[in-house]
Design a protein around this ligand. Structure first.
Ligand SMILES: Cc1ncc(COP(=O)(O)O)c(C=O)c1O
Length: 434
């Protein structure tokens, strides 16, 4: 066994019989302790902070954009599904893990997103892994926006295709790569709404470019489903490209729909191809019935009240306006997310802690989720934020902004919220698989 360099933080346990057990364990723990100290010193320590069921904090950190995770109708949907189908799916989708409830949800999602067919998976992460590895392999090309979500980055790596990471929101760069490609098959992949700053991709232009260069366009609607466009039908639907045969959508059921799970939606041929070939789909247990039932009811709720998505978007604009008035530099939200630039990771941690101390929970993004020097707070809006909530948020943002004017060089490390999923970290990706 060769030990990895300490700074990688990779834990490698000894090969069989090479070292006495205790010694090996101590070595691993010692190395991990050393890198943990380095992370602390850089303000990059992360900590889980389990929330109580009745948290008093005002939530601006979750992805529950429509406030449906605890909606009694959605909760009842989960309960009904558990009673009917049991606690678990009992197997992979291709064995025993497909119930009639999965099929009904897939039809409802396809109808809502405006596609031919849909396939439900256990997470949005699996949806991206599955569709990209199914559509691109060795000798193919994937063109990926530099700010795409970590699950897309990992999907690119797993595909073994040649990967070109293009500058953020640059259809021109995408076109240039496609025009000069040597690979026959090409897939272009983009978030519809980018996770950190909440800005949108130009899907209509990307779709036209993909048509011109015979490429597939994969659009991750994770932050758009239930939020963007009339009735929350997503960015692709709003851009008029949802039903096109070369356009494939992925999304999570864990944000606006308040449940859990993922979906791939597109032409029947694409969905069938994923079912036949995608290992992340084939070898994974089907989505739990409770999540299926909750997501289906949530979709019904969104369809029955098309004003919900517009309310979430309006609240996001309110948050950005309040933050700007308080002296922050806020991103302009195209959906439910806005982020406030801070810079240093320790300052972002401190700002998040100051917000929490005043009763408002915000997200905190640090490297590798964002580039060095670009740490920020992320505020996620909910359709059910009240005027009183907004007033309180404005006050807290003003106080915390004032606190940050004379920051100490280093802070203690406190538990912060935030998914910590690294959308920007595509280091080592260029040329991967080649
Ligand atoms: C853009 C994007 N894609 C995919 C995912 C993954 O979805 P899930 O959490 O269901 O695995 C997320 C969730 O963080 C996301 O923000």
């Amino acid at each position: 066994m060769t030990d990895p360099p300490a700074e990688t933080g990779r834990a490698v346990v000894s090969g069989a019989g090479k070292q006495p057990h205790d010694q090996s364990r101590q070595g691993v723990v010692g190395r991990l302790d050393a890198v943990a100290v380095a992370r602390r010193d850089a303000g990059l320590h992360r900590q889980l902070s389990p929330r109580p069921a009745d948290s008093a904090l005002l939530d601006l950190a979750s992805n529950d954009y429509l406030g449906l995770a605890r909606d009694p109708r959605v909760v009842q949907g989960a309960v009904d599904a558990v009673r009917r189908w049991g606690a678990g799916a009992t197997g992979s989708r291709l064995v025993t893990g497909s119930t009639e409830a999965h099929a009904a949800l897939e039809q409802a999602l396809a109808d809502h997103l405006g596609t031919d067919a849909a396939l439900v998976l256990s997470t949005g992460y699996h949806a991206n892994l599955s569709v990209i590895t199914a559509l691109a392999g060795r000798g193919d090309l994937v063109v990926s926006d530099a700010h795409n979500h970590a699950s897309i980055v990992d999907a690119c790596r797993l595909s073994r295709a040649d990967v070109e990471v293009v500058p953020h929101r640059s259809p021109e760069a995408v076109e240039k790569v496609l025009a000069s490609r040597s690979q026959r098959n090409a897939v272009v992949v983009t978030d519809a709404i980018f996770s950190v700053d909440g800005e949108s991709a130009d899907l209509a232009t990307l779709s036209d470019i993909c048509t011109g260069y015979d490429a597939v366009l994969v659009v991750d609607e994770a932050h758009a489903l239930g939020v963007v466009g009339d009735g929350g039908r997503g960015s692709a639907y709003a851009a008029g490209i949802a039903g096109l045969p070369h356009v494939v959508l992925t999304a999570t059921l864990s944000k606006a729909l308040g449940s859990q799970g993922g979906v791939i939606a597109g032409h029947r041929a694409v969905v069938d191809h994923v079912i036949d070939t995608a290992r992340a789909f084939i070898f994974d247990t089907g989505l739990a019935p409770a999540a299926v039932g909750a997501a289906h009811v949530a979709l019904d709720v969104v369809r029955d009240d098309p004003s919900l998505p517009a309310r979430a978007r309006a609240r996001a604009h309110d948050l950005a306006r309040l933050a700007t008035a308080a002296g922050w530099v806020a991103s302009d939200p195209d959906a439910a997310v806005t982020s406030l630039r801070v810079g240093r990771p320790d300052l972002a941690v401190r700002a998040a802690a100051e917000c929490a101390a005043r009763g408002v929970q915000v997200g905190c993004f640090r490297p590798p989720s964002v580039p060095d020097g670009a740490s920020r707070l992320r505020l996620t809006a909910r359709a059910n934020l009240t005027e009183a909530d907004l007033e309180r948020i404005g006050k807290v943002l003003t106080e915390v902004r004032a606190e940050l004017t004379d920051p100490p060089a280093r802070t203690d490390h406190v538990a912060v919220t935030g998914p910590g999923k690294p959308p920007f970290d595509q280091s080592g990706l260029r040329g991967a698989g080649s």
